[in-house]
Design a binder for this molecule. Structure first.
Ligand SMILES: Cc1cc2nc3c(=O)[nH]c(=O)nc-3n(C[C@H](O)[C@H](O)[C@H](O)COP(=O)(O)O)c2cc1C
Length: 188
């Protein structure tokens, strides 16, 4: 058995759609249970984080880095950091923004460094890039061509019912399933 927890922030629901997709992916792996925890609640649910074998962090990219709401959570974990409480747990991440790039990589790097500060083991996306050839399509898995984590892009004039599109949700689902499968290997 292994447990995966997804800690996320979302201002208008777009990034939450990726969190839910990652949850679906994690739960699709037999022997794994999973939950989504909004970043604003995470410090009140520390026991759940402590009990997890893997954590997936996600937040929107705002002004070229992770949202301040998620950063609040990151900073609030500093007392756990000083005990290296989450050392050797698996970690992974996702982000979403309005532009195709939008500097999302900065956010994924921020999440990976955060995980490293906690002594966690970062799990990459594990997919080749999609949508990068004349025969490819925006419906491809990993259509935004990320390696460090899952990326989503949400048109700024669309609600979270349609944005991010299915390919990005499927990419986040893949990440959830990958982390869950690896968590099973690592779980004591
Ligand atoms: C304060 C603010 C800053 C933003 N900065 C960026 C940015 O740097 N790059 C980008 O592509 N989109 C940016 N956006 C667009 C959001 O990333 C986009 O609307 C995203 O889908 C929001 O996700 P959410 O609904 O989970 O909050 C910004 C939006 C806001 C509100």
């Amino acid at each position: 058995m292994a447990r995966v927890v997804i800690v996320y922030h979302s201002g208008r629901g777009h990034t939450e759609a990726l969190a839910k997709a990652a949850l679906e992916g994690a739960e699709s792996v037999p022997g794994v249970t999973a939950a989504c925890i909004p970043a604003a609640e995470a410090m009140k649910r520390i026991a759940e984080l402590d009990a997890a074998d893997a954590m997936i962090f996600g937040c929107p990219t705002y002004m070229g880095s992770g949202s301040s709401e998620f950063k609040k959570f990151m900073e609030a974990t500093s007392r756990l950091w000083s005990e290296l409480r989450w050392k050797d747990k698996l970690a992974a991440g996702f982000t979403n923004s309005g532009s195709q790039s939008g500097d999302k990589l900065v956010t994924l790097i921020q999440l990976a460094v955060f995980a490293a500060q906690h002594g966690m083991l970062w799990v990459s996306l594990g997919l080749l890039p999609g949508n990068n050839a004349s025969t490819a399509s925006i419906e491809d898995l990993n259509r935004l061509g990320s390696f460090l984590g899952a990326m989503g892009q949400s048109n700024v004039d669309q609600g979270s019912d349609v944005a991010p599109p299915p390919a990005d949700r499927a990419t986040a689902r893949h990440l959830g399933a990958r982390v869950a499968a690896l968590a099973l290997r690592f779980a004591r």
